[in-house]
Design a protein around this ligand. Sequence first.
Ligand code: URA
Length: 439
Amino acid sequence: MDILEIIAKKRDKKELDKEEITFFVNEYTSGKIPDYQAASLIMAIYLNGMTKEETTNLTLAMANSGDILDLSKIASTVVDKHSTGGVGDKVSLILLPLIASLEIPVAKMSGRGLGFTGGTVDKLKSIPGYETEISEEKFIENIQKIGISMISQTLNLAPADKKLYALRDSTATVESIPLIASSIMSKKIASGANKIVLDVTVGKGAFMKNIEQAEKLAKEMIEIGKLANRETVCVLTNMDEPLGYAVGNNLEVKEAIEFLKGNMPEDLKEVVFELGAYMMKLAGKGEDINNNKQLLLENIVNYKAYNKFLELVNNQNGDISYIENPEKFENVKYIEPVYAEKSGSIEEIDAKKIGELACFLGAGRLKKEDEIDDTVGIVLNKKVGDVVEKNEVLAYIHANDNIKLRNVLDELKRVIKISDKSVNKNRVVFSVILNCMKT
Ligand code: URA
């Protein structure tokens, strides 16, 4: 088989067969196909799309590119959660300890930041000592011991996705339904959970810009889940403005700690509880979604979820004194307020632009080999729909570089838009798709 022929076929909008897709995935993973040829095939897929069959074959080839964990010895039901990406999305840091605190085993393999979106692995790594790279045995042992482990994609799980993920990040080929669906579902299949809840984000700070695209992505992932015997539920959530208030690694960890202590921003709370209630349902812990939400709230109020987070961090060698005293997180050189230039209501806070500004400050990567600065980012003081007075603080910029800080200050004044009219709060959860049926 010849990679040039495969590239040419996709370039010419023809359908690839299973053997061709498997050949590409295996040869690229083993290093026999170079990045430049893989990039050109990925761009052809990005431009010309894939049929459902091609997407399924790509997913299964990626899942089979490494080991597939068998978690049946841990429990008959292990749930997992994944997001299609967002800005200020610290949901996994909160939701997964919360779910584990309800005695539901959690096996989570997370990704690093992609494009302007943040990654859970980068957030976990920003906790001093926290090891995201552990062996398969240790991963399983941790789940058996404390009911939860959260790691990065370092095990031999879906190695094809690991390579393709980094390649897509540096070739402007992230926003593609077949590429996102196969990336997410290959990881989920490989990491062994048999029930999956997916947060499919929609809006300016998401890869899916409208509900129609998001529904299409959701349905493809549910179909792949069915074929792989993984029951999958998708929750469509709003990502027009950042989720919660903080954007940046340490800043988001701090917001997650606050949430686990009961200080819950409304939009973040809605997303966490909706996803959590469906995770409970899939785990057989309750059919009634509202009742499940109540049980989730109880484990926030009684600190069981917070304590589970401490246990998780401790068990993965993280320094829990940072969780117990979040002010210990290294401070930045500059914390600069951004003031409102007029009174009114907040009309728009473009999540993509906020994500890009946070990356520019150093919170994310502009190139795949860039080092992240854990301390920098943006903390909003207002959300869409809030009333603001002239000279009130709209946001705080956390920076280590004065020139970057000045640039971001100017930009933020444009990105946070104020209207003279009153503005409604953004809707947070749009719909839930179960078995391709919308609720
Ligand atoms: N998350 C992933 O794991 N992969 C994508 O392609 C997008 C979001």
